[in-house]
Design a protein around this ligand. Structure first.
Ligand code: NAD
Ligand code: ISE
Length: 345
């Protein structure tokens, strides 16, 4: 069976996902596009094999010829479309963040729990990245003993002027928040934010770089450098330090260039280049879950936890104090609470 997918939000990643779901992923075709900017919707529809343009996201969700929904609008509009999709019983893939406040995420969680089955997958694509998956496999296989520390860097070459001081946390490091919970199989208990010397490349309304210090429930310490004006490329790093060794995220570039006086690999230009394979795998897994009738991947609960960490991080940024992450109890629809280190051993 081929699932007819409708996409709401025809911006940068909406166009990426439309092409993938229409031409690369098996089991899906893009049947509809909606965007508050109709010209953008028409432009993206034109790169598919025949998607129609809908007058609004709500018309698209209600349409009988749309089986499943992808939400790629800006974050503040995610909640209304995800809730509308759940209300019609249609599966929905929502880009990160699930919603911009933890209260909004909980409204989605409550609606999904009331529906009685998982319908939502959140676009935390690093869970599908072969490099991160290999790290997780080695960690779970006990290759480095119990994890003690993690060192992460999330560097973007530049950001638009609309990018403000909250966004290193709630737009950018939100990926690390989810990735660390998933890799370590543990919730984040607390967060602190440190501001080093400011880059002269940052706008006057942006504190950049920022260093975030996360503490997991068992005491693993994770430092995250968020540096969104690094100039030289899109550089994502992760090293896990365990009791008996370390695991380092592999650079997806396979070719090592050696020339006179030089031994180097290329740095990806942006998130499209760095995580292209991860988006392919993530959306194929979503398509497979449509056939299985049960969503997989990052859940609404994971989306809620990530946004709760963002909120604590913004409080820590404003207060410069360590802030504990408060979260509600996990409903049984989302499985067992994350394992403690003792349980993993
Ligand atoms: P964008 O600004 O390029 O596109 C957003 C689109 O949404 C625009 O075309 C806008 O007109 C439309 N839109 C906004 N509000 C709407 C509404 N209420 N109804 C209908 N259309 C509406 O943004 P983008 O970079 O494509 O990001 C979109 C989402 O994807 C964001 O949540 C962002 O965080 C996420 N994102 C994720 C990744 C990733 O690596 N997973 C990368 C980039 C963006
Ligand atoms: C963007 O929205 C993403 O999700 C990218 O993966 C991230 O690197 C970038 O900083 C965000 O703005």
């Amino acid at each position: 069976m081929t699932f007819r997918v409708g996409i709401i939000g025809a911006g940068m990643i909406g166009q990426e996902h439309a092409q993938r779901l229409d031409q690369r992923v098996s089991g899906t075709q893009v049947a509809g596009i909606a965007d508050m900017n109709r010209d953008r919707a028409s432009h993206v529809a034109a790169v598919t094999s025949g998607a129609g343009v809908y007058a609004s996201g709500h018309d698209l969700i209600a349409a009988p010829d749309i089986d499943a929904v992808v939400v790629t609008t800006w974050g503040p509009a995610h909640e209304e479309y995800v809730l509308a999709a759940i209300a019609t019983g249609k599966p929905v893939f929502c880009e990160k963040p699930l919603a911009t406040t933890s209260a909004a995420c909980l409204r989605i969680v409550d609606a999904e729990v009331a529906a009685g089955r998982r319908l939502v997958q959140v676009g935390f694509m690093r869970r599908s990245d072969p490099g991160y998956q290999a790290m997780k496999q080695d960690l779970d296989d006990g290759m480095i003993g119990e994890p003690l520390l993690a060192h992460c860097a999330h560097r973007n070459p530049s950001v638009p002027d609309s990018y403000t001081s909250d966004m290193p946390i709630n737009d950018t490091a939100v990926h690390e928040f989810d990735t660390m919970r998933w890799l370590l199989d543990e919730d984040i208990a607390a967060i602190s934010v440190l501001l080093p010397r400011r880059s002269r490349r940052a706008s006057s309304h942006l504190d950049d770089p920022q260093v975030l210090l996360l503490e997991t429930a068992s005491g693993v310490l994770i430092d995250v450098e968020v540096n969104v004006n690094c100039d030289y490329g899109y550089d994502i790093r992760c090293e896990l330090v365990g009791e008996t060794g370390t695991l380092t995220l592999a650079n997806p570039e396979r070719v090592d260039i050696r020339r006179t006086g030089l031994d180097s690999v290329r740095v990806p230009a942006d998130w499209r280049a760095r995580f292209g394979r991860a988006y392919d795998i993530e959306l194929q897994e979503w398509a497979n879950s449509l056939a299985a009738g049960q969503a997989g991947g990052a859940s609404s609960w994971d989306g809620y936890e990530a946004t709760a960490i963002c909120e604590a991080g913004l409080t820590a940024l404003a207060s410069r104090e360590r802030v504990t992450v408060e979260a509600r109890q996990r409903p049984s629809l989302y499985g067992q609470p994350l394992a403690s280190p003792a349980a993993r051993a």
